[in-house]
Design a protein around this ligand. Structure first.
Ligand SMILES: [Zn+2]
Length: 421
């Protein structure tokens, strides 16, 4: 088929149609970008490009998926559907039959094709750059790296990329940066710097850039650390815009202070609570935020799911949980899966969500908080669901439509103003 027919058609994936881009189209997930960060940087005069784009393009809000954690949202964005469809509802789930807690970072747990893979199969050039390597295999699933039209790598392992595995070699030279530390602002800067180079050198039709929330976990909107991070982002946003790309920025989740006045984390320890009522270890509390990189959040977030022993009084436990100050939602699996579009087979008997200022833990003894050098900021609940949706073109959104962050490719490919493209 000729290039012209390829470019005229739509790509359908997971029940949604997407227009094949005529202009390189870049979707960016700024990890943990609570509304307010960008606005504060603009107010400080540090983000002139974002300021301009938000006035001349589109400055919208969207809702993340719950749990408002990194992986469920990144996978929702790359597939265009919620966790009920793609299966990735956290970093961990409990395999009841095997009696094991299982990490969901492996691509075999992903139940839906990605938008990237669908476009690649339709002849597009695609690129994915993520800060942490844990997301790379999920985001890059289904891409044939031998095609010469697919690139997928992480900043974290940028020193180990190969043509065979990542579709690109010598990334450190291409990007012109040293390998960043996994806990650093540079890990995210590397993603943007790589995006600018890839846009110039490879001209991908579709690109997805995903940063890490190291800075947002430490620093509130308007703080010096946050402002300098967003000033960095602004320079790359300017470069991507200058290169002529359609650019859509959103976030996987927001971020809130979760600590007491004295700076200590404000935790409800759920495993201790269940142990007291049902006996030690009878219930199993799973915190899906838990991952190999816990230093900046101590595995403390605002979402937990609980597996109960056989015969437990679920309704009675739910009633008691709802009376705990700081718990704003306690739902049974069926209600939680319906309300939040979660996969029932990877969700516990009970789902618990804490209030804005609180986090949920297992047992006090099981959380290593020594890595928390700043008062805890975290996410996971419904209070971190609102995120930005900023586009460097005008977009037409149907009146009354509540945008989700996983609509970002729909927005960038289908809803942008075609004038001048
Ligand atoms: Zn995140």
């Amino acid at each position: 088929m000729t290039m012209q027919t390829v470019r005229d058609r739509q790509v359908t994936v997971n029940g949604r149609d997407y227009r094949f881009p005529r202009t390189p189209t870049v979707a960016v997930c700024i990890d943990g970008s609570e509304p307010g960060y960008i606005e504060a940087a603009i107010a400080a005069g540090l983000a002139p490009n974002l300021d301009r784009l938000m006035r001349t393009g589109a400055n919208l809000r969207a809702r993340s998926v719950i749990p408002s954690f990194t992986n469920p949202n990144n996978i929702s964005i790359i597939t265009g559907v919620p966790p009920a469809v793609h299966g990735i509802s956290g970093n961990y789930f409990y395999d009841r039959a095997a009696g094991q807690e299982v990490m969901m970072n492996d691509a075999r747990f992903l139940r839906a094709p990605t938008i990237m893979a669908a476009f690649h199969d339709a002849g597009a050039r695609v690129a994915v750059v993520t800060a942490k390597d844990k997301l790379r295999t999920l985001l890059g699933k289904g891409l044939d790296m031998g095609s010469g039209r697919a690139i997928a790598f992480s900043s974290e392992r940028a020193d180990r990329v190969t043509l065979a595995e990542n579709g690109i070699a010598e990334v450190l030279d291409v990007v012109g940066m040293r390998l960043p530390d996994v806990y650093s602002a540079e890990l995210s800067e590397f993603v943007f710097a790589a995006g600018v180079q890839l846009l110039q050198r490879h001209r991908p039709d579709l690109m997805y850039l995903s940063t890490t929330d190291y800075v947002q976990h430490k620093a509130a909107p308007g703080s010096a650390m946050a402002n300098s991070f967003y000033a960095m982002i602004d320079r790359y946003v300017g470069a991507l815009d200058d290169a002529g790309a359609v650019l859509a920025l959103t976030a996987d989740h927001g971020m809130n202070d979760k600590h007491r006045a004295d700076g200590s984390p404000d935790v409800i320890y759920l495993q201790d609570w269940f142990d007291e009522r049902l006996g030690a270890g009878a219930a199993r509390v799973i915190l899906p935020i838990t991952d190999p990189y816990v230093l900046h959040h101590g595995a403390l977030g605002s979402f937990a799911t609980v597996y109960l022993p056989q015969g437990a009084d679920r309704a009675g436990l739910l009633d008691a949980l709802r009376r705990i100050s700081g718990i704003i939602l306690a739902l049974d699996r069926e209600a939680a899966c319906e309300q939040f579009e979660l996969p029932p087979d990877r969700t516990g008997d009970i789902v618990v969500i804490s209030a804005r200022e609180k986090v949920l833990g297992t047992s006090a003894a099981r959380h290593d908080l020594s890595g928390l050098t700043e008062p805890l900021r975290s996410h996971g609940g419904v209070t971190e669901q609102e995120v930005p949706m900023i586009v460097n073109r005008r977009v037409s959104v149907q009146a009354g439509r509540v945008l989700r962050n996983f609509d970002v490719f729909d927005v960038a490919l289908n809803l942008v103003d075609q004038g001048g493209r």
